[in-house]
Design a protein around this ligand. Structure first.
Ligand code: FES
Length: 103
């Protein structure tokens, strides 16, 4: 399933989507794109307060707006905040010709 083009995502940056896979979001770092379910493992709620804002102020980590849990972009593992070691649920994707597809 086509999600978006890589260039629709800022670098680094993030974007939320609501489609038949539910609430999900994509984060981009360079030419890498990672997609996760938009559900914080701490409380099971959406991570963002502002549309498309899933990263910390330095745009190095994914951050939950509610209690500040921070997650590695490439694994979704929580490394700081209230749920260390928990993981965001990753959605497999691939990039073909500059387009991100969910698998
Ligand atoms: S709900 Fe995300 S850190 Fe608490």
């Amino acid at each position: 399933m086509r999600l978006c083009t890589v260039n629709e995502l800022e670098d680094p940056g993030s974007k939320g989507f609501h489609n038949e896979r539910g609430h999900i979001f994509a984060v981009r770092k360079g030419q890498q794109v990672y997609v996760y379910e938009n559900s914080c493992p701490h409380y099971g709620i959406n991570l963002e307060w502002q549309p498309d804002q899933f990263l910390d102020s330095e745009k190095r980590l994914i951050q939950c707006a509610t209690h500040g849990a921070q997650f590695l972009m490439h694994t979704g593992e929580c490394i700081a905040g209230p749920c260390p070691g928990d993981k965001l649920t990753a959605i497999s994707c691939e990039i073909r010709d500059g387009v991100v597809y969910l698998l």
